[in-house]
Write a protein that binds this ligand. Structure first.
Ligand code: CMC
Length: 434
């Protein structure tokens, strides 16, 4: 007999089904609770709430495990590429060579944005944050390709939309960067692969191609791959939320970019670099910053530390930390911020505050050091995260769009405001606040 849970409330007992995932994680299914008992559950920040069933990504935060479609992140990081992983996430399987060729060709064919979209970049002020440009332009994409907005989502139309979005996000990102620097736009080259093309569009001169270092291309490809999906984080849950209303893929992904931007989420990579720079500038050995991060009244946190799900070292951070040393050595570069970051980690790991709360470095703690070594400016760090996360967002969008029985996402609340009162005409409201 399948397991059940019992809930005793208001003198009545309700029997709730317990469901189990393929990795034996268990959940109490409360989907009929309100109808049967009149109660909802309250879970601030959704820390205990499974919002969906998904077969894309598995995380065991206690053990530090991350798998895409069953493949460990450690193995993919060493043996795969971003485009291959994008195929895996979106279509469920690693591609055969013919499938990879077809997928790559579709990305190449879609790499150019609609020529009229170029004029939109001119409307943004020079100092506009590239994340604002990215979300606006992704949303705007749907205006330029109305033929892509087929809401039937058969495999072919989804493949076209996915290729368009995945390919154009990097073109839009590079154009946003060039715009912020007042530089002329560089078009993608048909002969370059995904990540090389992005670096080309970022750094080439109109009359002289940027010399592409294979080490740099591989390092950025690894960063994209490590960010490609992370189950129901804030931005992916946002994408699913928007998708559940049957909004299109571009609108859903643009919302994901907005959710990612915040410093508690993807924006942490920019915040980490700014923190390390400040520590360096102020000649702090890290101890002053750690003391401030422990003090709840300081308003400071150790950026790049802590995670809602990982109560162990983030496996992505482990890979990136090791890659930092290797990439800097191969590119023949050194960075004082890497030493500061390592010392900061060492010092934090000796503090009861961080140990007791299981606060370890997350993916954002070391990724900025690699991006800096590649010449990527700090305001583009979260954009790089967004490009990397696109396959995960598309895969999650697809899961929602293909779920024929799927309902619109619509959480409940516990209202804590005023109870019913009568309207007071303005002349009787007194002078307060005038
Ligand atoms: N520095 C100092 N204290 C921290 C930190 C930190 N980075 N992170 C958590 N804490 C404290 C927190 O104040 C709380 O203390 P107490 O129990 O005394 O109230 C305790 O640790 C538990 O934290 P929490 O607030 O329950 O954690 P959360 O799950 O709500 O938030 C987090 C997770 C990632 C938003 C948070 O750890 C944080 O703000 N970290 C810094 C920002 C950051 O690096 N974000 C990137 C996350 S990884 C990339 C991604 O996927 O977004």
């Amino acid at each position: 007999m399948s397991e059940t849970a019992e809930l005793n409330v208001g003198g009545k007992t309700y029997t709730l089904p317990v469901i189990e995932g393929t990795e034996q994680e268990r959940a109490i299914d409360i989907s009929k609770l309100r109808a049967e008992s009149g109660h909802v559950t309250l879970d601030d920040g959704y820390g205990n709430t499974g919002s969906c069933k998904s077969n894309i990504t598995f995380i065991d935060g206690e053990k530090g495990i991350l798998r895409y479609r069953g493949y460990s992140i450690e193995e993919l990081a060493v043996r795969s590429t971003f485009v291959e992983v994008a195929h895996l996430l979106i279509w469920g399987e690693l591609p055969t060579s013919a499938e990879l060729q077809r997928f790559s060709n579709m990305l190449t064919e879609n790499s150019m944005i609609h020529e009229d979209m170029k004029f939109h970049f001119e409307g943004f002020p020079r100092r506009a944050h590239p994340m604002a440009i990215l979300s606006s332009m992704i949303n705007a994409t749907s205006c330029f390709y109305p033929e892509l907005l087929d809401s039937n989502y058969d495999t072919d139309s989804l493949a076209r939309q996915a290729a368009n979005l995945l390919s154009q996000v990097r073109t839009i990102a590079a154009f946003a960067y060039r715009k912020s620097r007042g530089l002329p736009i560089i078009y993608p080259k048909l002969e370059y692969k995904y990540t090389a093309n992005f670096l080309h569009m970022m750094f080439s001169h109109p009359y002289r191609d940027f010399p592409l270092d294979p080490e740099a291309v591989r390092a950025l490809d690894l960063i994209f791959l490590l960010h490609a999906d992370h189950e129901q984080n804030c931005s992916t849950a946002t994408v699913r939320m928007v998708a559940s209303s049957k909004a299109n893929l571009f609108a859903s992904a643009a919302a994901g970019v907005c959710a990612l931007w915040g410093p508690l989420h993807g924006g942490a990579n920019q915040a980490v670099l700014e923190m390390l720079e400040a520590i360096h500038r102020e000649g702090d050995d890290g101890s002053r910053f750690i003391a401030a991060a422990k003090d709840k009244n300081s308003g400071k946190k150790l950026m790049g530390f802590g995670h809602r799900v990982y109560k162990h070292y983030d496996p992505r951070a482990k890979i990136i930390k090791q890659a930092c040393d290797e990439v800097l050595a191969r590119l023949n570069k050194s960075d004082p911020l890497l030493d500061i970051a390592k010392k900061l980690e060492e010092a934090a790991m000796k503090e009861d505050y961080f140990v007791e709360r299981n606060l370890y470095p997350n993916v954002d703690f070391y990724s900025g050091i690699i991006m800096r070594a590649l010449g990527i400016p700090v305001e583009m760090f979260t954009v790089i995260f967004a490009i990397g996360r696109m396959p995960g967002w598309i895969a999650n969008f697809k899961e929602v769009a293909e779920d024929a029985k799927g309902r619109i996402y619509r959480p409940r609340q516990i209202y804590t405001g005023k109870t019913l009162r009568s309207y007071v005409p303005i002349k009787e409201r007194g002078q307060a606040g005038s």
